[in-house]
Write a protein that binds this ligand. Structure first.
Ligand SMILES: [Fe+2]
Length: 406
């Protein structure tokens, strides 16, 4: 701005006195101003680009709620962005004052996961203790720090950029980038990027841990519920968990996503939750049920669905519970749905449920041998059960049995 006023003033003088010296000065000032202006814009542009990058990476990171996936993403993204050969993310175990790995990538991942570092020990320990970043170009010739992980897993380390992962003054972990590609060194820009991401990473890790805690609590509650259902009838002890496990194996073989598998597991565990509403006289009757008793028994999928529908967190798993007694040819209950009208998860649970019921003892009959149950399932494939899923079930059982023989 100052330069602009000088130019205007000089122009007035040139116009008034025709002084060429002043004209030259004006031109020089004009050029200087343009150069300064160019650098200011360039610098601003660079800052905007950096901010954009930080926001993009932050968005990718914070969109993940599962701790293991989140940690993997953080390591992969920071490794790519800083052009590092490897990236490690230590978590701080506050109780023992140690750093450890929840997730370690690569071939040596399992070995790395066994390692625990005391806070203050080695480079990562120093960074955790001091809460400051450390950028070392030649780790091998730095005598200040004991070499930690690299030596233990025979990974040649050279350059190392280590930053604390912290929110305000609370350290959650330590992020370490190892060896810049092409033998380069990590620079200020890499350090600024990681430091800029540090608080977002820390908050995301805290959130994911919180989610994990809630999830564990949720699973233990539904497992207790399932045990409570099974405990009413000594003949069905462990039935719900076995159905859940088998259903999950079938779902996995069918390539269901991790999220769907998780829901399928809950559906399997709770598929008979509606039996809570069935009286003991019917539920644990030693002999076969009379027709009117069977009609009452048939209401358990509906009772189960009503229970789950009343709990917000459980609504997602209603379909597997409500329709697990539908049959492929439409002859099942409670709706008489046919083929693909029956939700996939319910068709999977129906197979696992049938197999487990066949192979379990009942007061009025002994459980079938595995091979006899397989024969019966073949019989009802296409009528009672979805034939495509039955073939997946057979593959799962073959693999299970061959593992058991080995
Ligand atoms: Fe059932």
């Amino acid at each position: 701005m100052f330069v602009l006023w000088v130019i205007i003033f000089t122009c007035i003088l040139v116009l008034a006195f025709g002084n060429t010296f002043l004209l030259k000065i004006t031109l020089i000032l004009l050029i200087v101003e343009q150069v300064v202006f160019f650098f200011i814009i360039k610098n601003k542009d660079k800052k905007i680009q950096k901010l954009k990058k930080l926001m993009e990476i932050g968005k990718k990171i914070t969109s993940n709620i599962k701790l293991k996936n989140l940690l993997k993403d953080i390591m992969e993204i920071t490794k790519k962005e800083t052009e590092a050969e490897a990236s490690s993310l230590y978590l701080l175990d506050e109780e023992h004052n140690e750093l450890w790995f929840e997730v370690a990538l690569g071939e040596k991942g399992d070995q790395v996961k066994e390692i625990r570092l005391k806070v203050g020990e080695g480079i990562a320990g120093w960074v955790a203790q001091e809460g400051k970043a450390l950028n070392l170009n030649d780790v091998n010739n730095d005598t200040r720090f004991k070499r930690e992980i690299g030596e233990k897993i025979c990974f040649k380390q050279r350059a190392m950029l280590t930053v604390p992962v912290k929110f305000k003054d609370r350290t959650v972990g330590v992020l370490q980038l190892i060896n810049k590609v092409n033998n380069g060194n990590f620079d200020e820009e890499d350090q600024e990027l990681l430091e800029g991401l540090s608080s977002q990473i820390a908050i995301s890790i805290d959130n994911a841990k919180l989610y994990e805690g809630l999830r564990e609590l949720f699973i233990s509650i539904i497992r207790s519920l399932a045990n409570a259902i099974d405990a009413r009838d000594p003949y069905t002890k462990g039935h719900s968990i076995r159905v859940a496990n088998l259903s999950t194996l079938i779902g996995k073989k069918m390539g269901l996503t991790e999220e769907r598998l998780e829901l399928l597991e809950y559906m399997g565990i709770l598929h008979d939750i509606g039996k809570i509403g069935i009286s003991d006289e019917i539920l644990i009757k030693p002999g076969k049920l009379e027709n009117d008793e069977f009609q009452i028994m048939k209401s358990h999928p509906k009772i189960g669905a009503d229970i789950l529908n009343s709990v917000n967190l459980l609504k997602e798993i209603v379909s597997g519970v409500q329709y697990h007694h539908e049959q492929y040819d439409g002859s099942g209950y409670i709706m008489g749905l046919k083929g693909d009208e029956i939700p996939l998860e319910a068709r999977i649970i129906a197979i696992a449920d049938t197999y487990d019921a066949m192979t379990s003892d009942r007061p009025y009959r002994e459980g079938l041998e595995h091979s006899a149950a397989i024969d019966e399932i073949k019989e009802v494939s296409g009528t009672q059960l979805d034939p495509q899923i039955v073939s997946v079930f057979f593959k799962v059982m073959e693999e299970k049995n061959s593992k058991a023989v080995r």
